[in-house]
Design a binder for this molecule. Sequence first.
Ligand SMILES: Cc1cc2nc3c(=O)[nH]c(=O)nc-3n(C[C@H](O)[C@H](O)[C@H](O)COP(=O)(O)OP(=O)(O)OC[C@H]3O[C@@H](n4cnc5c(N)ncnc54)[C@H](O)[C@@H]3O)c2cc1C
Ligand code: FES
Ligand code: FES
Length: 486
Amino acid sequence: MTQPLDSQLSFTLNGESVSVKDVSPAMTLLEYLRLSGRSATKEGCGDGDCGACTVALIGAGAGGQPHYQAVNSCLIPLGAVAGRQVLTADGITQCHIPKDAFVKEPVTADQLHPVQAAMVETGGSQCGYCTPGFIMSLFAAYYDGTPDDLSVEGNLCRCTGYIPIRRAAQMVAEATVQDQFSERLLSASTQLSPLAYTTQNNGQSEQFHRPTQLSEVLDLLQQHPDATLVAGATDLGLEMSWHRQRYPMLISLEAVGELRQIHQTDELVEIGAAVPLSHIETTLHGLFPSLDEMIHWFAARQVRNRATLGGNIGTASPIGDLPPVLLSLDAVLKLAGPGGDRMLPLANFFTGYRQTELQPGEVIVSVQIPKTPAPGTARRLSQAYKIGKRGTDDISIVAAAFVVDVDGSNQILHARLGYGGVAATPARAIAVEEFLVGKPWTMETIQAVKPILQEAFTPLTDLRGSAEYRKRLVVNLFEKFFVEFP
Ligand SMILES: Cc1cc2nc3c(=O)[nH]c(=O)nc-3n(C[C@H](O)[C@H](O)[C@H](O)COP(=O)(O)OP(=O)(O)OC[C@H]3O[C@@H](n4cnc5c(N)ncnc54)[C@H](O)[C@@H]3O)c2cc1C
Ligand code: FES
Ligand code: FES
């Protein structure tokens, strides 16, 4: 049954209830904060790259327990914030700061949050523009006991330099946390309530629905064929932030239980399409080395806290990083639609540039990854590689993921080579896979396969890299794989 429409959207901001009306549900949280005078949260890039806008949300950790999550407020639509608790850098001092624009009374040192005090102590701030973002990333990590370099990998500073900021993280890493913010977690609910919000914007109706069951998602898609699905909004959020894109109907998948679970059997792992990558990172760590590796290099903490597998596949980008890994692992998609469920190998899902087999009214429910190697396998070799212009928080020039199963006499039983950034879709080098089966896993075989691999794809030249460079990477990454896993 669909929810009655509500014209009000409510959430908790720094402990105070906030209700908004007549606001687009696709307005970003950052825009809302700044328009309402809460200017502590800064805008740098507006597209998830700099971390200046970082805030903390209370959400479910990988084990379901409430925890603070650092997220980019420039990418999160207000609709997705409904019913949640949000904290910003001006809301974590130990005193009450009036919500209207300026703090009249300066905050004293003993009122600072320990993370703020550590940044003062180490001189972690100069111009201060990036500081509220660093503070909120460290704040979230502080309560998980993990303030370290990785917790601030999504925050850029252009003037202080990172050493004092890293010292601040080290200073608070050992602290035993028992304060009002840890107590707030104890009483917090992570259950997202259903939502059906409507508003008029320049005479156009805008709706934001957050159903809790898959059947409701499918019903809504039947009733509103023009609806847009949204999961973590780390892709769609760019449209909302940069282009002020508005949607007649957004259907959030975040509260749909069937899409938020990870199941394991002896044979396979099934990952719900709306499970955030940071949960996959924690829950499945060690199971698929190539998935671990690629998630490690995927964006940064704030994005991984929101981004999902369904979104990475649904966006059908030729440079999405996870499809090459999933192709190499023979992943199969579970799709649900008006005609029921169907299973589709990921290898058959992408049909052209940003085009897929997903039919109107269908949703990606989950991704199944087989765990068992080919019969007779003595060793499974598997790894992923991402080449970008910088190590972390960058888009791939080429991404590759490989699986090779060899028997006891080093003969190749099964080979999968998945690539991104080399064709209109993520793709497998099928001719090479076929060539490899039955050959020995030796440098001679690698040398023999290089000319075939060299011609496997016809990549484009663009700002990130030339076609020639990409072709070389296709070959060199596979050779590197052999050198690392002889
Ligand atoms: C700063 C930054 C860094 C990034 N770095 C990387 C990176 O390193 N590697 C990379 O691959 N990507 C990267 N991205 C892109 C993005 O984070 C990923 O594509 C992410 O996986 C999208 O997931 P999402 O849940 O946020 O998708 P959303 O933005 O919510 O949705 C994306 C698309 O998928 C559709 N969709 C979502 N879920 C489903 C579903 N279950 N069924 C059908 N359709 C669905 C939506 O309708 C939409 O068209 C980055 C983005 C940003 C902003
Ligand atoms: S403003 Fe740069 S990440 Fe949001
Ligand atoms: S203190 Fe100026 S950008 Fe970091």
